[in-house]
Design a protein around this ligand. Structure first.
Ligand SMILES: [Zn+2]
Length: 232
């Protein structure tokens, strides 16, 4: 471990992390056979991970937030989230999730539905789900949150653009779908104090970042919830 890495350890939460008393929010994007894609997990590996979760407690994001608020024990408690509403969620991940019956929160960029993942750094041609497919998933324990309208870096937006990306996406999701939670996943995980304040002002109840190994506890800032891509 380098000297710099030592400074990044959140010492205050380390004891709880060491005994596993943390809410772990898993983050997935693509479930597909493409080993070079940093945002993809192979279908077999995804199925294996879902099997491992059988020995844990998988709750919805809303329940997870209740657990944090109420100070419940968090050992082995997991939340499953997906970003980007890619078509392979519908074709590949959903059949596996159906088998296990886990609740899932999907974060959708409303301007990118039935299109392509043009923001993706690895493959800008990945197809996204249609509104009809998003509607269908609602009967399968899938609820929706916002991933903005255009999947852009929010800290680089003007105040007006920032408010529009946050507000329009949530309003549109609520209009088109029945099971929407006022939760936001920051595109690329990028956020700062201005972005977090804007999300709160627009009416979100929480917002999620990208990879961090430290999990969440009662001390967590609900607008900086940590997500991880591995199960421990
Ligand atoms: Zn994304």
């Amino acid at each position: 471990m380098t000297a710099n890495a030592i400074f990044t350890i959140p010492w205050r939460i380390l004891p709880k992390w060491l005994v596993g008393d943390r809410l772990k929010i898993l983050m997935y994007h693509s479930v597909s056979d493409n080993p070079r894609d940093p945002h993809a997990i192979a279908p077999d590996e995804f199925t294996q991970q879902m099997k491992i979760l059988r020995s844990k407690r998988v709750v919805s994001l809303r329940e997870g937030l209740d657990y944090l608020r109420d100070g419940c024990p968090l050992r082995n408690v997991y939340v499953i989230t997906f970003d980007d509403a890619l078509l392979d969620f519908y074709t590949t991940a959903l059949p596996v999730l159906r088998e296990f019956g886990y609740p899932v929160t999907m974060f959708v960029s409303t301007g990118m539905v039935a299109g392509k993942a043009v923001w993706d750094t690895f493959d800008k041609t990945k197809p996204t789900m249609s509104w009809k497919q998003l509607e269908e998933c609602q009967g399968e324990q899938v609820v929706y949150g916002s991933h903005t309208v255009n999947h852009i870096r929010l800290q680089e937006c003007s105040d007006a653009k920032l408010a529009d990306e946050l507000e329009t996406s949530l309003i549109y999701l609520q209009k088109r779908l029945d099971v929407v939670i006022p939760a936001l996943a920051y595109p690329g995980g990028y956020h700062n104090a201005r972005v977090r304040l804007a999300a709160r002002s627009v009416g979100y109840s929480c917002a999620l970042g990208a990879s961090s190994r430290w999990g969440n506890g009662p001390e967590s800032d609900l607008f900086q919830l940590r997500r991880q891509s591995f199960i421990v």
